[in-house]
Design a protein around this ligand. Structure first.
Ligand SMILES: NC(=O)c1ccc[n+]([C@@H]2O[C@H](COP(=O)([O-])OP(=O)(O)OC[C@H]3O[C@@H](n4cnc5c(N)ncnc54)[C@H](O)[C@@H]3O)[C@@H](O)[C@H]2O)c1
Length: 346
């Protein structure tokens, strides 16, 4: 995986693109990014022929309908296999651009330029591309690795605090699954991160990307170790889908998922009270946990039973087992799940 991380990378884009030898570009982005960065992009790409396709921002756009509109536009503009697709945006843009690149004319080259913290530390790395369908997240998709991933911290200057928090959820996840020092470092630097301190941002992005790259190298197609990246995602995806993807963003749902799943781990005796309290104290600074009622919990469990990560019809959980360590479990007593989600403990 060719990942470039730094500041003012748009200024260096021309040099990186020259290495690919491709002159025709097709940029897929969303309307927010288009509004904020169209001029800088025009300046960076002045020597290239390019088409630009911008769709409305947000998870609702991560659908087959957006993909179909892009196919129509690609065909209308006679885009061939000598074109390079650039996904410029957050995780929604990256997942769609990669999916289009993987399917159009049996696959064409693409690069990712992630513009949210979440996309920079997580979704742009690892080749998982796809869309939501039938109320289910990422249910249609493939593995398709970009030629290059260009991460520029300058994009984060315009990012809202809410979207910084979404990215932090994934950074804390890396800390809890693989590098407890990263968890501690990030937790004591929250205010520096909110004020977009460049050195701190580069530090957490570099460390997160290194962890994700290492895990993906060891298990490209999600058949083993890569599954630990789903910590917080079993309950997180359930919460996102329960609220029909319009109450919590992906990153927020993952933070909630990590809180409840850590509580389950404590209930199983996998981690002690002190470690659980540490995780809870840090994560609740990012998002206020919810006390779900029993009806809501039953619906959540039903959604989780449909999760593609499950094995033999049993819900699979990634649970913390020690500082910076997790493991997979798929025979969790339903009462433990219920009592965690009821939130009687906070
Ligand atoms: N493929 C993977 O491995 C993977 C991993 C994690 C998450 N995801 C997916 O990523 C998606 C979430 O990604 P996200 O949190 O980046 O959401 P997003 O793409 O919806 O972006 C969030 C918001 O920020 C705006 N935005 C983006 N960059 C900006 C910038 N620099 N300045 C100002 N505003 C900006 C967007 O327009 C949008 O409104 C979910 O669909 C999730 O399933 C995929």
């Amino acid at each position: 995986m060719n990942v470039k991380i730094g500041k003012n990378m748009l200024g260096k884009l021309d040099g990186y693109l020259k290495d690919t030898g491709i002159n025709n570009l097709y940029i897929i982005t969303d309307e927010n990014i288009n509004r904020l960065y169209y001029n800088s992009l025009q300046e960076a790409l002045k020597e290239y022929n390019y088409n630009n396709y911008a769709f409305p921002p947000g998870e609702k756009s991560k659908s087959i309908y957006t993909v179909l509109s892009i196919y129509d536009n690609l065909i209308k503009n006679n885009i061939d296999r000598n074109t390079l697709i650039i996904g410029l945006g957050g995780g929604v843009v990256g997942d769609i651009a990669g999916f289009v690149a993987s399917t159009f004319k049996r696959g064409i080259n693409y690069i990712q330029i992630p513009t949210t913290l979440l996309a920079q530390v997580d979704s742009s790395i690892g080749g998982k591309v796809g869309i939501d369908y039938g109320g289910l997240k990422n249910v249609i998709g493939s593995f398709y690795f970009p030629n290059m991933i260009i991460i520029d911290i300058l994009f984060l200057e315009t990012l809202s605090n809410r979207d910084i928090i979404c990215g932090l959820g994934e950074v804390f996840k890396y800390g809890l699954i693989a590098d407890y020092n990263l968890f501690e470092f990030t937790s004591i630097n929250l205010s520096n991160i909110y004020r977009k301190d460049e050195d701190i941002l580069l530090n957490i992005i570099n460390r997160s990307v290194a962890i994700k790259k290492d895990i993906v190298y060891r298990d490209k197609y999600d058949e083993g170790i890569r599954r630990i990246l789903n910590f917080g995602h079993t309950i997180g995806h359930g919460i996102e889908a329960y609220y029909k993807f319009n109450k919590f963003n992906h990153g927020e749902a993952v933070i909630l998922g990590m809180i409840y799943e850590s509580h389950i781990a404590k209930g199983l005796g996998l981690i002690d009270e002190r470690y659980f309290e540490k995780i809870y104290k840090v994560l609740k600074k990012l998002i206020v946990p919810i006390k779900f009622n029993i009806e809501e919990i039953k619906s959540l469990i039903k959604i989780m039973e449909n999760d593609k990560k499950n094995v033999d019809g049993k819900i699979t959980f990634v649970l913390p087992t020690g500082k910076g360590q997790v493991d997979l479990f798929n025979d969790i007593d339903e009462e433990l799940i219920i009592s965690s989600l009821k939130g009687g403990w906070f």
